[in-house]
Ligand binder design. Sequence first.
Ligand code: PHE
Ligand code: CO
Length: 265
Amino acid sequence: MNKPRLRGDYSRAALDYSVEQDWAAYTSAEHALYRRLFERQSKLVPRYACPEWIAAIAGLDAALQIPDFDQVSKKLRARTGWRIVAVPGLIPDDAFFTHLANRRFPVTVWLRKPEEFDYIVEPDVFHDFFGHVPLLFDPVYADHLYEYGKGGLKAMRLDAVKMLARLYWYTIEFGLMKVGSGIRAYGAGLLSSGGELAYCVDDPRPHRRAFDVERIMRTEYRIDRYQDGYFVIDSFDQLMRETAPDFTPIYARLRGLAPFAADAA
Ligand code: PHE
Ligand code: CO
C-alpha cells in the first residue's frame, strides 16, 4: 500500500516525506488535464457519490485548476482540524500513519500523464485530492481517519498492518454507503475513477456485503482491476462505532485463519 517507488521525486523530501507543493511549477497543460478529469467525474458524482462528499466539494473551488494545498488546508483546519501535507507519492507505513495520527493528510504533488487519463496505478494529485480531501470536511469521517492513523501505529507494533490495510482498502479507498436513495460511493478510489464509480453502484456482478470488520480484515484485494466485491456501511457513525473496539484480540484470532481470496470479497 505505501511502499515508496521511483516515480515521484523523493530527493527533496523531509524526514516525514513532506515536500513543498510548488504550486507555481504546474504547467497550464497540467491544469487543463486536471480540469478535464474534474469535469468527467463531476458528471458522475451527483448520482454516485455519498452526500457528505457532495456537500464538501462545492466549497472547495477546485474545479478549474490543481488546488493550492495551503489554501484548502486553511478551510480544512477551521472545520475539522486537518490539513494537507504535500508528498512525492506513496510513503512508508510509519510515515503515513504518523501523518494521519496528527490530522495531516498526505497528498501526492504530481499529476498523471495524459495517456493515463482513464487508468493509473499509483495515486496522483487528482486521486488524492478529489477522492480523499472533501470527506475530511465531515467531522465523523475526519475523526475516524485520525483514529485509523493511531490504530496504524499500533498495528505496526502488533505486526498486523496487513489486516488493517485491508480495512483501509475496503473503506477509505473502495467503501460504499447505503443512503435513502440507494447505494453511494465514499471510497476515494471509486470517487476518482472514470469507470468504477458507476460500476460499483450499478453493475449486478460485484458482491455488496454489509460492513463487517473481521471479514474485511481477512479478505485479500486486487489493485489492478475493478473490485470483485464491496462492503457497505450505513453511515460514518457506524464506521466509527464498529472500528472503535480494541483490535488486539481480533488480530490475534484472525492471524491463525486463512484469508478469503479477493474474489470472495
Ligand atoms: N480500534 C482500532 C484498534 O484498536 C483502531 C482503529 C480505529 C482502526 C479506527 C481503524 C479505524 O487498533
Ligand atoms: Co487513495
